[in-house]
Each structure stands twice: as C-alpha cells, then as structure tokens.
Write a protein that binds this ligand. Sequence first.
Ligand code: FAD
Length: 248
Amino acid sequence: MARTEVSGRLKWRVATLTDKRAETSTATTLTFEVDEWPGHKPGQHVDLRLTAEDGYSAQRSYSMATPADGNKVVLTIQTVNDGEVSPYLTEMLEVGDRIELRGPIGGWFVWDASNPAPVLLLAGGSGIVPLMAMVRARVRGERRTPFRLIYSIRSSEELMYGSELRMLPGGIDVSYRYTRRAPDGYRGRVGRLTPRDLVEDGWPADFAPACFVCGPTGFVEAAADMLVADGHLPPRIKTERFGPTGTA
Ligand SMILES: Cc1cc2nc3c(=O)[nH]c(=O)nc-3n(C[C@H](O)[C@H](O)[C@H](O)COP(=O)(O)OP(=O)(O)OC[C@H]3O[C@@H](n4cnc5c(N)ncnc54)[C@H](O)[C@@H]3O)c2cc1C
C-alpha cells in the first residue's frame, strides 16, 4: 500500500506552462498546471524532464517556489550560462508548452507549520527559492511563527522576489548580504556571510530555531559550519545544495 502510494506520487506527469515572467535579468518564474498534482510541502522539489524529438532526454531538480495550490507548480529558474537545461527553460520554453515533472520529492528539507519554533532561513543566490515557499506558507498561515531570513547575493541585480520581500508582514525579518556590490544607501558590510551576521540577524542558539540553509554547495557548507560553531544543534539544521545535478 505504502509502496503503491510512493510510486504513484513519483510517476512522471505532464505539466503545461501557463505563465512565465522575469524575476531578475537572469532568473525566470515558470508556473505550470500539472495533471493530478498530489500537492507538496514548502521546501520540496521536483524532477523535471525534457525529451527531444530524437528521444534524448535530460533531467534536473527544481524547488517549488510557492506552497501547495491545487495543481499549480511554480518554479524559479536561474539561468546557468553554459548549462544544458536552465537556458532552455528560461529562454525557449513558451506558454502552452508541455514538459514532464515528477514529485514532490524530499521529506527532510520541509518546514512544518505546526512547529512553533522560530525559523532561521539562510539563502545563497537561487537557494532562496524553497525558502520563499516557506516564507509564503508562513504569510498564508494562521500561526505567526517568528521568521528571520538572511539572503546572500552578489548584488541587487540578483535579488529575487524583491518587492514581495519588502512588503512582508511583521514577524518576518529579512536582511541582505551583498558579496560583491551593495546598492546605494546600504550601510552593512560587503562580502560573504560571517558569524557576526548570524549573531546580528539570526536567532541565538538557545532559542532552538529550526534552521534551513540553501544555495551553492560552498555557501551551504560555510553557513552550516557557522551555525554549528554558534551552538545550533545539527538535527535542527537542514540543508539543501543546489550544486550540479548528481553531486547535490
Ligand atoms: C534539490 C535541488 C533543487 C534545485 N532547485 C533549483 C531551483 O529552484 N532553481 C534553480 O535555478 N536551480 C535549482 N537547482 C539546480 C538545478 O537542478 C540545475 O543544477 C541548474 O538549473 C543547472 O542546470 P543546467 O542543465 O542548466 O546546467 P548543467 O548543464 O547541469 O551544468 C552546466 C555547467 O554549470 C555548472 N552548474 C550546474 N549547476 C549549477 C548551479 N546550480 N550553479 C552554478 N553552476 C552550476 C556545471 O558544473 C557546469 O559547468 C536545484 C538543484 C537541486 C539538487
């Protein structure tokens, strides 16, 4: 029974692109309607499959950017310039086109809205995507769980969901770490995430927050090490790496 359920959830389903909009100059949000989508939790991802006419196919993983909403699946894809799949999705795929999705996948890197623990989100670049699904779930939910998001990007041109992040309700605090170029008027330091950022903009370890870290492998390893050094217990630190498929 359980096995049937799992394989049923993980079958390939046809997904039709219904909306496509630019998130930044290099990232695009794609909305799909998926046949018999079983729903998902904030933090989960899908496998996406493209198949060429000659039968060649390529598969990549992408996180859901929004909480469950009927048969809608929303993905935000950062174009990797020399990549095989991401440029196709962001530049070639058009509204009405169909691809295949399989999921939802992942039972560990998910935020459980019934958990009252404060939440600390650490995002590096496109690692914001599954964390944004958690933020959006918190905004839609009834419980006012305290959230803090530290979002590390090279410059403000890479900022995804900028206007939405500026308009979040009280209880969800967002701070930015610019690693290369800060926008005019920014008073913080420019450079990579430091332990001091966690002290200033995170939660103290004795608040026992649920920590979610997502981004490129180097960012995830550095941030998780800093959390452990700061006294956060490893079981409370959940990580997702956006490295090339196969090494994640
Ligand atoms: C669980 C999971 C969830 C993910 N969610 C998202 C998401 O929400 N949004 C998103 O944009 N991506 C996400 N990714 C990354 C995504 O799966 C692909 O790796 C990415 O889109 C690149 O694929 P590609 O075919 O364009 O590049 P490839 O053809 O696979 O790689 C081409 C070149 O780019 C390098 N490369 C590959 N991936 C990356 C990367 N992510 N960053 C930097 N260099 C890279 C490779 O080493 C290679 O040199 C996720 C990955 C995982 C494992």
